[in-house]
Design a protein around this ligand. Structure first.
Ligand SMILES: [Zn+2]
Length: 120
């Protein structure tokens, strides 16, 4: 997709809506690899120069997500990617798999979650 101001706004709006539904703090959103590279190294460590390969990346420790607009082809893919990355934020202990995919599907259908509470 071509990133322009209105797409940027729409994405931030989507992230806001899903963050609310997921009971998470709204992450800061990066939309180009340039923006990833402009972040401090310690923030994007591990997924910095490799970020371009992915549709999205969550930097969980820093409440930051990268949505790789350049790689995203249509609206459906965009919605999926936003939800996928925010599910990582809401369920940081959960890795990819059946349960993860089910959460993504349900979220796309409008599911909401109580806020995540870190165990002390
Ligand atoms: Zn993932």
């Amino acid at each position: 997709m071509k990133l322009d101001f209105s797409l940027r706004l729409r994405i931030l709006e989507k992230v806001g809506i899903y963050s609310n539904r997921f009971g998470i703090q709204e992450p800061k959103v990066l939309l180009t690899t340039r923006e990833v590279l402009d972040m401090p190294r310690e923030v994007t460590q591990g997924r910095r120069t490799s970020a371009y390969k992915y549709l999205g990346v969550s930097y969980l420790q820093h409440c930051l997500v990268f949505i790789n607009i350049k790689k995203i082809q249509d609206e459906k893919m965009l919605e999926n990617t936003v939800v996928h990355e925010l599910i990582h934020m809401r369920f940081p202990y959960l890795s990819h798999g059946k349960r993860f995919n089910k959460l993504v599907r349900r979220s796309l259908a409008g599911k909401t979650f109580a806020p995540y509470k870190k165990r002390k």
